[in-house]
Every structure is written in structure tokens, then in C-alpha cells.
Design a protein around this ligand. Sequence first.
Ligand code: HEC
Length: 104
Amino acid sequence: MNLKEAERLYLVNCGICHGAALDGNGPLFKGGEGPYSAKPATLVGDPAYEAMAPGTMFYSITYGKGQMGSYASQLTPKQRWEVVAYIKSKQKKAAPAVAPAAHR
Ligand code: HEC
């Protein structure tokens, strides 16, 4: 697994919407002032996406989700898994482990 290459793929294909920091605020959206009006998923910082299974992400990248198109023709399955791994690696860094006591 080459995370550097995965980062490049992410920045080229996804960063424009999801942001270089994976915060869902790339240049196309820009807090709602950009030309793209749909709010991209906040991949880092939103617990719902932090908890999303890699397979679910892969599925959405392959088939599209809501306003987001399919990336099946731009990225090979291997490249899609690499981008998912890149997102997951960033999520682990950004989200400190929640103490078990916080869960019920
Ligand atoms: C043109 C803007 C745009 C681009 C480019 C884009 N996305 Fe998205 N993405 C969105 C929007 C908008 C949503 C929210 C869709 C919804 O929930 O309806 C989203 C949602 C997602 C989700 C959550 C899916 C789910 O099942 O809820 C993931 C994961 C994701 N994007 C990953 C990526 C990856 C990886 C790339 C690059 C290969 C990418 N996106 C490129 C706009 C974009």
C-alpha cells in the first residue's frame, strides 16, 4: 500500500470537493460560496463518516452517492481501495479514541 500515491489520487480526484484536509470544504464548495452547492461529506471530523465502513465508502465511490458521481471510470478498483485507505488513515489521526465509558 502506497499512501503517498493514495494521497495524490485523493487530491486530484476528491480534494476539490472534500478538501485537502478532508473537512468537506474544498475549493468547489467553499462553505457554500463555491460553484458546487451540495455539501461534500466531512470525511474527517464527522463521527458518522469516521465510523463508516471502508466497504461502504468503496461502494459510494464506485456507484456515486447523492450529488456525488461515480468514480468507477476514473479510478481502478485498486486505486479506489487506496483512496479509502488514505481517508481511513487520516481519520485515525484526526479522531482520538473515545473512552469506552462514553458509549452505552
Ligand atoms: C464534485 C464534488 C465531489 C467530488 C469530486 C467527490 N465527492 Fe465525495 N461527496 C460529495 C458530496 C456532495 C457527498 C454527499 C453525498 C450525499 O450524502 O448525498 C459526498 C459523499 C462522499 C462520501 C460518503 C458516502 C456515503 O455513503 O455517505 C465519501 C466516502 C466520499 N464522498 C468520498 C469521495 C472520494 C474518495 C472522492 C474522490 C474519488 C470523492 N468523494 C469525490 C461530493 C464530491
